[in-house]
Design a protein around this ligand. Sequence first.
Ligand code: SF4
Ligand SMILES: [Zn+2]
Ligand SMILES: [Zn+2]
Length: 305
Amino acid sequence: MNCCNNPKVFELSNKKLCKEHFSEYFESKVFKTISQFNLIDKEENLGVALSGGKDSLTLLFILSKLAAKNPKIKLHAICIDEGIEGYRNKTIITAKEFCKKNDVPLDIYSYEKEFKMSLDKMLKTLDIKPCTMCGIFRRYLLNKKSKELNFTKLATGHNLDDEAQSIVMNQFKNNLMASARLGPISGIKKNRAFVPRIKPLYLCSEKEVATYAFINGILDDFTECPNVVKSYRAQVRDMLNNFENNNLGTKNAIVNSFLEILPELKEKYKFGEAGMCKECGEVASKDKCNACKLLDRLEKAKTNS
Ligand code: SF4
Ligand SMILES: [Zn+2]
Ligand SMILES: [Zn+2]
């Protein structure tokens, strides 16, 4: 079954869609996700984590449509510049242009300024997996700056593929507590030190996001971080992509079955993240947060070299 007589750009399990009908389908899926999981209230000072990649740009594009119809929803983009030469400097230019065009305020925070060292330099100083180091500092800065900017929530561009990968990664690493923090709205327990994160693209596949971004002229040049090839996530991603190719619906099944057990997981691990870092006041499971621990190690490595 087809939607109309126009040329088709996307094939669903039961029909093929043209540009216009695919965009309609995609947007309504995102808006349904927002209402199904109560992600956005009528009044919000909503932060949007913008990397300049297709997911976060698509997210901001759709949220701008929502904000245009709901003047009490204010959008404010923040971008973290980790300092990855040849990659992040390019996506930041895209992010800046996009925000200017769509009239969304944008703040950029760099590792260089906040931690006195770019990610590239950190990786030369300490032998830690790039994405582990990058992720700890990015999560730290996103939360800290979201509080400073008084965001009621922070929206991120995570899609269905990202979530399926995270679920499987945590399972493979026997880390169900990390899975308890997943879901369309993050966190285990309400905590004033933690700005809730929402994922409006939660049920949209990577392929759907890429198609929407492309046909709406949001982004057509999909660059990838050079460090991604060294990541555990990339191995799981490739495995799941292979599996999906041979068994259509696998990623959907992983995420939907996870959603069924998520309330129990959140209940089981609700005491897991109640702590606060004694050094910086950010969320921590023990008395020091992971970012402060890493900064100590970087400092030691620097003085020893
Ligand atoms: S791929 Fe890894 S190093 Fe690159 S931006 Fe993502 S988390 Fe950071
Ligand atoms: Zn059509
Ligand atoms: Zn700390």
